[in-house]
Write a protein that binds this ligand. Sequence first.
Ligand SMILES: Cc1cc2nc3c(=O)[nH]c(=O)nc-3n(C[C@H](O)[C@H](O)[C@H](O)COP(=O)(O)OP(=O)(O)OC[C@H]3O[C@@H](n4cnc5c(N)ncnc54)[C@H](O)[C@@H]3O)c2cc1C
Ligand SMILES: *[C@@H]1O[C@H](CO)[C@@H](O)[C@H](O)[C@H]1NC(C)=O
Ligand SMILES: *[C@@H]1O[C@H](CO)[C@@H](O)[C@H](O)[C@H]1NC(C)=O
Ligand SMILES: *[C@@H]1O[C@H](CO)[C@@H](O)[C@H](O)[C@H]1NC(C)=O
Ligand SMILES: *[C@@H]1O[C@H](CO)[C@@H](O)[C@H](O)[C@H]1NC(C)=O
Ligand SMILES: *[C@@H]1O[C@H](CO)[C@@H](O)[C@H](O)[C@H]1NC(C)=O
Ligand SMILES: *[C@@H]1O[C@H](CO)[C@@H](O)[C@H](O)[C@H]1NC(C)=O
Ligand SMILES: *[C@@H]1O[C@H](CO)[C@@H](O)[C@H](O)[C@H]1NC(C)=O
Ligand SMILES: *[C@@H]1O[C@H](CO)[C@@H](O)[C@H](O)[C@H]1NC(C)=O
Ligand SMILES: *[C@@H]1O[C@H](CO)[C@@H](O)[C@H](O)[C@H]1NC(C)=O
Ligand SMILES: *[C@@H]1O[C@H](CO)[C@@H](O)[C@H](O)[C@H]1NC(C)=O
Ligand SMILES: *[C@@H]1O[C@H](CO)[C@@H](O)[C@H](O)[C@H]1NC(C)=O
Ligand SMILES: *[C@@H]1O[C@H](CO)[C@@H](O)[C@H](O)[C@H]1NC(C)=O
Length: 604
Amino acid sequence: MRLQLYPAALLATATTVLAAPSNRTCKLTPHDASWPSVSEWNGLNATIGGTLLQTTPAASSCYTGNPFGASTNCTDVTDHWSYAAYHASWPESIDYSIFTNHSCLPPGVDGYTKERGCSIGAHPVYIVNATSEKQISTAMHWANERDVRIVIKGTGHDMSGRSTGAYALSIWTHNLNHFAHDARWPVPGTNKTIDVAILGAGNTWGSAYTAVHAINRTLVGGEDATVGLGGLIQNGGHGLLSSTHGLASDSLYQVTIITPDGRRLVANDVQNTDLFWAVRGAGGGQFGVVTEFVIATHPVPESVVTGGLTFSAAAAGTSSNANVNASWAALVETARLIPDIMDAGLTGTIMATTESGPSDGVSGIINLTGFNMTIASMNATVAELSTRLRTASGAHGDLTIALQSPSSKPYWASTKPAPLASRSCGAGSMISSRLLGRRELLDIPPPKLTSYLERILTPATQGSSSMALFGLQGGRGTASTPEERRGSTHPAWRRAYAHLMTYGAPVNATADAESALRTGADWYEEHIESVWREWTGADGGSYANEGNVFSGTWKRDFYGPAQNYERLLGVKGEVDPLGSLFVWGGVGSDSWEYGLRDGLLCRV
Ligand SMILES: Cc1cc2nc3c(=O)[nH]c(=O)nc-3n(C[C@H](O)[C@H](O)[C@H](O)COP(=O)(O)OP(=O)(O)OC[C@H]3O[C@@H](n4cnc5c(N)ncnc54)[C@H](O)[C@@H]3O)c2cc1C
Ligand SMILES: *[C@@H]1O[C@H](CO)[C@@H](O)[C@H](O)[C@H]1NC(C)=O
Ligand SMILES: *[C@@H]1O[C@H](CO)[C@@H](O)[C@H](O)[C@H]1NC(C)=O
Ligand SMILES: *[C@@H]1O[C@H](CO)[C@@H](O)[C@H](O)[C@H]1NC(C)=O
Ligand SMILES: *[C@@H]1O[C@H](CO)[C@@H](O)[C@H](O)[C@H]1NC(C)=O
Ligand SMILES: *[C@@H]1O[C@H](CO)[C@@H](O)[C@H](O)[C@H]1NC(C)=O
Ligand SMILES: *[C@@H]1O[C@H](CO)[C@@H](O)[C@H](O)[C@H]1NC(C)=O
Ligand SMILES: *[C@@H]1O[C@H](CO)[C@@H](O)[C@H](O)[C@H]1NC(C)=O
Ligand SMILES: *[C@@H]1O[C@H](CO)[C@@H](O)[C@H](O)[C@H]1NC(C)=O
Ligand SMILES: *[C@@H]1O[C@H](CO)[C@@H](O)[C@H](O)[C@H]1NC(C)=O
Ligand SMILES: *[C@@H]1O[C@H](CO)[C@@H](O)[C@H](O)[C@H]1NC(C)=O
Ligand SMILES: *[C@@H]1O[C@H](CO)[C@@H](O)[C@H](O)[C@H]1NC(C)=O
Ligand SMILES: *[C@@H]1O[C@H](CO)[C@@H](O)[C@H](O)[C@H]1NC(C)=O
């Protein structure tokens, strides 16, 4: 057994901790007298089959003396730092380093500064490399009893740092990757059977799709192969098939979950029903570790047809101002057409960008996808769309439109990007989003819609580019899901067509992480959340996995009506009364305060 003392870098934060007022009730840190001793941690390790890891930041090998003794090659770490799949492969690593307080970054990557050096920072202190439910149950019970914070990591993709935490014991679900198929799984409480996939929570959508491909079935899941089941499903989860079959959690029929006190609960339509309702929407990392999902499979579409177009203000023409107006008119017309396009069976994305703010016009990339559809039919839809955009913009100025030639490919070709395809990670990621229905897209005067879109596409720095992305992930699929399958997902999903995301918050990667997050959050609050509130009203909803956990109205943004939130609080109180599991924007999270600077998680 390795009896390693805490590296000096970790102890460096001790002064802040000791200066904290004694009346604060906080989760333990290694500087507290009651923090478990090394021999106690060794005792835990012995009871969980030696699966306890002391956190070893992957980039430690980039620092003089390799302070944590990482087995990595620094060149390798540096080269792969921007790949999501790489972070998923390490026990402690996460996609967005701001949430580890940028501690121990490979030199040269975004967010790196020499002064930060290599410390544990806001990484967990110990990690269980779990391979069995028993280990998870033992470790959680042990930490919960001792008032040690617990975090859960699947892939580490979370955009709000919800799979890491300072001074925590982390449960890493990566190796819980079993798969089984049951074509006649009895639905609890009925005499019905359905075709299900039984998947360990450590699976990614890549491994899950591969597994169901072999049985000629598919799942509602994420569009990127590197995303994990754990965080996506529990927050609802959307993907290519959500506009057909509803959210990922709408197809969930059972979970096995280990609560912080170590109980193993099977939750479904007849057993632990409140918990089952909660984990279908409210989000991961809050109620316990899901070890296994039982998910209804769906038939494989015969084909996937794609098509679309791009538009932008014509470079020359009557007057450049008129062309700018024409491009905005085209974006507004596109937004207004979303409900009809989706009711006709299409899904896809619409990206709106400006090069240097709204006054220079907006460009759109419309990517549409249809299932079991002919190329001719997609071609006709795109041609019609093009005509509509021309008509809508023609009164203003000139528009440049380029049609994408439609094509058809087998369904599986669209679900299996190369695992390293997404070079998507970085120092920080702050997103803000809302779900938009007919009310927000069609039932408001076009000038209002123009103004909302212009405002969310106004960059923080004048002259910078801006981007917003409409995901066409609601529509018939989410609307037609029966009440009992909707779980605790925000009711706005059921009338939503598009999920619109904006990315404009200024996040200074080299500044102190806590202040940088605060600055970004303040900017969103003033410039974006205010627009959403005006646009979507008090019952507007956001998708927490791609939303702003620092929004001043996060409770209603993510959880909807107060009675939903109250019911979730009840479940949280039942399964985690000591608050061992905390995530920003989580149920009951306002009873706690967590800061990246002191790393303390304290009751308020
Ligand atoms: C490249 C990329 C593509 C994406 N594409 C999509 C998409 O197509 N559709 C979509 O809906 N979202 C998408 N997302 C958002 C995605 O749903 C979130 O990032 C989500 O948090 C990922 O879950 P995870 O388990 O992979 O990540 P993690 O960071 O490991 O976990 C996320 C949260 O869930 C908790 N958690 C994870 N596993 C468990 C478990 N077994 N039990 C309990 N809690 C758990 C963690 O504690 C954390 O709070 C994408 C994100 C990225 C980075
Ligand atoms: C802690 O005690 C001080 C002094 O009694 C008081 O001013 C402060 O509000 C208390 N803080 C909390 C978090 O209770
Ligand atoms: C846990 O035990 C295993 C096997 O004995 C050992 O390799 C590992 O280093 C231990 N973990 C810690 C944190 O000491
Ligand atoms: C690390 O990997 C690089 C590239 O594969 C190789 O050139 C280098 O020798 C390796 N360094 C060490 C210390 O093994
Ligand atoms: C976080 O980083 C700041 C410097 O920006 C540092 O002062 C602080 O000690 C760090 N906190 C933790 C928990 O790593
Ligand atoms: C985690 O456990 C798996 C399965 O036992 C093992 O293959 C892997 O090497 C372990 N990972 C680490 C980082 O210890
Ligand atoms: C299931 O079938 C049994 C036996 O036929 C019947 O008694 C029971 O009512 C049925 N249950 C449901 C939920 O339909
Ligand atoms: C796979 O499933 C689809 C949809 O149910 C069906 O049309 C197709 O024939 C099946 N293919 C094979 C090889 O069984
Ligand atoms: C596409 O066709 C297959 C086979 O006929 C069918 O099972 C499936 O439900 C259809 N639609 C979609 C969106 O998959
Ligand atoms: C563009 O639109 C704005 C706002 O509607 C309007 O004031 C302006 O006159 C228009 N410019 C041109 C050249 O059409
Ligand atoms: C699509 O429609 C255009 C006319 O709008 C036609 O020129 C083109 O050949 C069509 N392409 C396909 C693949 O049907
Ligand atoms: C989206 O549309 C653009 C422009 O038409 C095209 O270049 C790109 O390949 C499309 N992307 C996908 C995923 O179909
Ligand atoms: C980012 O933060 C660093 C460190 O505080 C500071 O030197 C720099 O000026 C900041 N950059 C911007 C664009 O504010």
